[in-house]
Design a binder for this molecule. Structure first.
Ligand SMILES: NC(=O)c1ccc[n+]([C@@H]2O[C@H](COP(=O)([O-])OP(=O)(O)OC[C@H]3O[C@@H](n4cnc5c(N)ncnc54)[C@H](OP(=O)(O)O)[C@@H]3O)[C@@H](O)[C@H]2O)c1
Length: 322
């Protein structure tokens, strides 16, 4: 048997991965070597491959890819999350630990699963593990025009939200959210005052905010919502999930004193690996049932360099297939 495989390989954090040969990894401790069928090119994969993610070990060379769908040696089809940041899933073969895998039904659409699990997991876990969404509660998704945000609208609805508002920049994608289950949408523009008023009108009574943006839009939205709230003693749970608009905010202390404002994050570290894994089967079921819309863009792994550099059409998620 050959000891090498084809893989996307990062040799410098300043360059995209190159398609080249790499040693086949050796599984240990109950893990198995799977044939990779599909791996999603999520924003988290890009930040890991540039050495910028907060979990990055800095090891080079590395194979990017944090999750994927693979075929085990016993023939079973699994979705799995990689647990070594230097030996990821964008290769012919990858190591899958059964404790971080979930079996998929034979015939599952592997590209859909690979595209959807990471973005869908962000809201699914936030609403089940960081706050427990109560039936009928009101949810605002800040940054609802990306893959994860659009799925968050559908996940919130599926988990019983009474009212869901989606806020984002792109007008076309906002309109699509109405069809996907949002009650209302708010366009985020450069006019901070008008945006604040629109957010307050639509979502001042929100119980939970799922925040994919952070940065200036989140900073402005926090104060706009809190000051417009009819009962500031009623809890507002703000769940920080993504930071596409900036890594930090300035938060006036009064935000935390003058209202029952509860700020926390949801991601690797704030949610245990065990809790993530426990949520995998139910999320797979939702994706397989089609409750969460997903548009995979399948690209051969051999074209990884081009996929890395290219613009992804909005609403699609690139999936690399060996
Ligand atoms: N913590 C977790 O568990 C977790 C899991 C998955 C993803 N995430 C994070 O969530 C974020 C979104 O992921 P994704 O998969 O949805 O990515 P994506 O599909 O690439 O979407 C990103 C969206 O962000 C919007 N955007 C970019 N800059 C913006 C700005 N300054 N103001 C408002 N909107 C802006 C864009 O929408 P427009 O077209 O409207 O500009 C874009 O569609 C990333 O930061 C990702 O790392 C976190």
């Amino acid at each position: 048997m050959t000891s090498q495989m084809n893989a996307a390989v990062v040799t410098s954090f300043a360059e995209p991965p190159h398609y080249q040969q790499f040693d086949i990894p050796a599984p240990s401790g109950g893990a198995v070597l799977v044939d990779v069928l599909a791996a999603g090119l999520h924003p988290r994969v890009r930040s890991g491959a540039s050495g910028a993610h907060y979990t990055s070990s800095g090891t080079l060379p590395m194979i990017p890819g944090i999750d994927g769908v693979g075929r085990r040696p016993d023939g079973r089809l699994v979705y799995f999350a990689a647990d070594d940041d230097a030996l990821g899933t964008m290769a012919d073969k990858a190591v899958a630990d059964p404790r971080r895998s979930v079996e998929l039904p034979e015939g599952a659409d592997v590209a859909r699963v690979a595209a959807a699990m990471n973005p869908a997991m962000s809201s699914w876990v936030a609403l089940r593990r960081r706050v427990q969404l109560q039936p009928g509660q009101s949810v605002l998704v800040l940054g609802a025009t990306g893959n994860a945000g659009a799925m968050a609208v559908q996940v919130a609805r599926r988990l019983g939200a009474g009212r869901v508002t989606g806020a984002g920049r792109d007008q076309g994608r906002l309109q699509a959210l109405i069809a996907a289950g949002a009650d209302d949408v708010v366009q985020l523009t450069d006019d901070a005052q008008a945006t604040g008023q629109a957010l307050a009108a639509a979502a001042a009574e929100a119980d939970i905010v799922l925040d994919y943006l952070w940065g200036r839009p989140a900073q402005q939205a926090i104060m706009a919502l809190l000051t417009a709230r009819s009962d500031r003693g009623r809890a507002l749970d703000w769940i920080q999930i993504g930071s596409v608009a900036g890594p930090s905010i300035e938060l006036p202390s009064v935000a935390l004193r003058s209202a029952n404002f509860r700020l926390q994050g949801s991601g690797q570290g704030s949610v245990t690996p065990r809790a993530y894994v426990a949520e995998l089967p139910s999320l797979v079921a939702e994706i397989s049932a089609g409750t969460i819309a997903v548009r995979p863009r399948v690209v051969p792994l051999a074209d990884v360099e081009r996929a890395w550099a290219g613009e992804e059409p909005p609403g699609e998620r690139t999936v690399l297939v060996p």
